[in-house]
Every structure is written in structure tokens, then in C-alpha cells.
Design a protein around this ligand. Structure first.
Ligand SMILES: C[S@@+](CC[C@H](N)C(=O)[O-])C[C@H]1O[C@@H](n2cnc3c(N)ncnc32)[C@H](O)[C@@H]1O
Length: 355
């Protein structure tokens, strides 16, 4: 078969694309270093300053700070006034690199060192198909997830997520039974239990360390409890009126089984609220979407791999709206509402069990 002619224009364009990818990867390493040593937080408080002044302010080595600044300037993060030899983090950039709100994008780069650590395990999994277990990501994963998702729940749990299912806020006020599956360190349970003292909440997670943290954080909250529980084996002696799953279904070992258990654990007319990654199940639909490469990377490096390691189907981070909706229906939820991109990264599914 005759080979297509080598297209030099295409090759040049691809070289430029590769250069941008490599630059982005390099900058992300320096972003993570800067985050760890507090350079962004410090520079956000400073006006234009020399590397020596920044080093003195942060108590860091000037030589390291200066080299880091080189990467930050060339990466377009920090402004440089060559004549004065001063560096400045513009306010508009600082807003995306500092603080405890969801605008701080450095929580995304925090994932990379953990993913890099498991590259040998993932490469091996490519050969065996066997996946990488959750234990390979610990002890860092639980805290990292907590730091990443906490500001989002603080901002959006009540205003966006719980605002969607009709009448749920009033029912929570009046007093209902609620479970949060895959609760991690229990931040959502704590927020809900404080806001709705007449309702009772239980958080389930398979990770003992996460449950220990959740219990410590909720000490003194009479209406919140936590249990180490594989939710694929969930059995509720008394049914729940509301079950929530925040970012906790797509990486399950048995997601279909978990959804069926959730359905069975709900009282008639009960509500299942599932927050999961915003994506289409069709790769072609995701091409060109912001952060789509990040989704498939995190999936390969974590979400799909942990499911496969536990003998699961490895749905992956981008399992998508079509498959998620179909699986909810197959689990016995006839009524599924999808709120696409309820936040920049996630969609919300509100599934009701029949009365
Ligand atoms: C991505 S984290 C999300 C944690 C938390 N909901 C949040 O949004 O920060 C997924 C959680 O599901 C838990 N998990 C995974 N499989 C589970 C299972 N079979 N039963 C219970 N929890 C499970 C993990 O331990 C982890 O804490």
C-alpha cells in the first residue's frame, strides 16, 4: 500500500502542539513546587519585588526562588520587569493560584506528583490489565481529595447540589434519614448535619483512615455517624429518604451493584443524588472540551485503574452522561434528571425511586 505523502505543514503544527504540551507539563511541576513552599500566597501579598526580597519574605533560598521565577515568567504566570529586576504576580493570576476557594486551580496540580508516583504500577497494569489498587495511592489520596473537594462543597452543596431535587431542602429541614456513600473524610455529612439538625446522617466509606478522620471531625454532632462499609454490600435495616454519592460511583469495583444497593436502601419515593464527572460517554463529544485530557489522564492513572484492580469494569472518569443515566435506569430508577455541568467539572443526577 502506498504511504501518504509526508505533510510538512502538519508535522510543523504537531511540533508546536507538542511544545505546548511539554511547556504545560514543565510549568505544572513548578506550579506544584511553588504551591508547596507558599510562593504564590506570599507573592500575592507583595508588590513588584526582587528574587532576594521574595526569598527573604518566604524564608527560602534565593537561588531556588530565582530559578523558579524563571519558569514562572517564561510560563506566563509571573510578570518580570527586566530593567528593575523585579517580579510581580498579577492580582488576576493570584486569584487563580491562592486562597481556599474553588478558583484556586493549584489543587489540580497537586494530583500530578501522586499520579507520577504510580506510573510504574500503571505501566505494569497496561501489560497485565490488572489495575492498580487504592492502597497504592494511600496515605496521600484521602487528604488530597479532601483538600481538593472541600471548597467546592462549602460553596455549592446547598446552593447548587441540594437545591436541585424538588422539595428536598424542606424535607431535610423537617427531618429525614440520609446516607452519603463513599463519604471520604465526611465533609458533606458534617455540613448537612449542622445545617439540618432534625435529620440524621450516616456516612459510609470503605477506607478506615477516611472514616476515622470523619468521626474526629464530626465529634459532638449528635445527628451524624460514620461506618466503614463496602457500599457494594450495603444493607439498610431502616430505609433512607435521601442517599448522596459525591464523586464516588465511577471508580467503584461494582458500580451497577452499588447503584442497585442504593436503590434498595431507599424508602419509596426516596431520592438518590449523584454528583459525577461531566462528560459524554462518547469520546468524540469530549474532544476539544476544556480539561478533557486531564479527565482521561486521571482515569488511566487512578479512577479506571482502582476499579480494574478490584475486579471491576473500570468505567473510567469519563463514563459519561449516557452510560450513567442508563445504569441508573437499569438499577431501578425510572425517573432520572440530569443537570449537566452543575459546576465546572461535574454533572448532577437526581434519581427517584418509585412510590
Ligand atoms: C473520589 S473519592 C470521593 C470522596 C468524597 N465523596 C469527596 O467528594 O471528596 C471516592 C471515595 O469512595 C470510596 N469508595 C470506593 N469504593 C468504595 C466502596 N466499595 N464502598 C465504600 N466506599 C468506597 C473511597 O474510599 C473514596 O473515599
Amino acid at each position: 500500500m502506498a504511504q501518504a505523502e509526508f505533510d510538512r505543514t502538519k508535522a510543523r503544527a504537531f511540533t508546536q502542539l507538542m511544545v505546548r504540551h511539554l511547556e504545560g507539563a514543565a510549568v505544572s511541576v513548578m506550579l506544584e513546587v511553588g504551591r508547596r513552599v507558599g510562593l504564590f500566597e506570599a507573592m500575592a501579598q507583595m508588590s513588584a519585588a526582587t528574587s532576594l526580597e521574595i526569598a527573604e519574605q518566604t524564608g527560602l533560598s534565593e537561588r531556588y526562588v530565582r530559578e523558579w521565577l524563571g519558569a514562572m515568567v517564561c510560563g506566563g504566570i509571573v510578570d518580570y520587569a527586566a530593567a528593575e529586576g523585579t517580579y510581580r504576580l498579577p492580582r488576576e493570576h493570584a486569584a487563580m493560584l491562592t486562597g481556599g476557594s474553588t478558583r484556586n486551580l493549584t489543587s489540580m496540580v497537586e494530583m500530578f506528583p501522586l499520579m507520577n508516583r504510580v506510573i510504574p504500577d500503571v505501566a505494569e497494569a497496561f501489560r497485565t490489565g490488572r489495575g492498580v489498587p487504592y492502597s497504592a495511592f494511600q496515605p496521600d489520596f484521602t487528604g488530597l481529595m479532601d483538600r481538593r473537594s472541600r471548597p467546592r462543597y462549602d460553596e455549592l452543596l446547598f446552593s447548587a447540589y441540594l437545591g436541585k431535587p424538588e422539595g428536598i431542602a424542606a424535607r431535610l429541614e423537617a427531618g429525614i434519614r440520609v446516607a452519603d456513600v463513599g463519604c471520604g473524610t465526611g465533609h458533606c455529612v458534617g455540613l448537612m448535619a449542622r445545617r439540618f439538625p432534625k435529620s440524621t446522617f450516616v456516612g459510609y466509606d470503605i477506607c478506615e483512615a477516611a472514616i476515622a478522620e470523619a468521626r474526629a471531625a464530626a465529634a459532638g454532632l449528635a445527628n451524624a455517624s460514620f461506618e466503614v462499609q463496602d457500599v457494594a454490600k450495603l444493607e439498610a435495616s431502616t430505609p433512607f429518604d435521601l442517599i448522596t454519592a459525591f464523586d464516588a460511583i465511577h471508580d467503584q469495583a461494582d458500580p451497577a451493584g452499588v447503584l442497585r444497593r442504593i436503590r434498595a436502601a431507599l424508602a419509596p419515593g426516596g431520592t438518590f443524588l449523584m454528583l459525577d464527572v461531566c462528560a459524554s460517554s462518547e469520546l468524540a463529544d469530549n474532544v476539544g472540551l476544556p480539561m478533557a485530557p486531564y479527565l482521561y489522564t486521571m482515569s488511566t492513572m487512578h479512577c479506571m485503574s482502582v476499579s480494574l484492580a478490584a475486579g471491576g469494569p473500570g468505567l473510567g472518569t469519563a463514563w459519561g452522561h449516557q452510560l450513567a443515566t442508563r445504569m441508573l435506569r437499569e438499577a431501578g430508577f425510572p425517573d432520572v434528571q440530569l443537570f449537566e455541568r452543575i459546576d465546572p467539572a461535574n454533572s448532577l443526577y437526581v434519581a427517584r425511586s418509585s412510590r
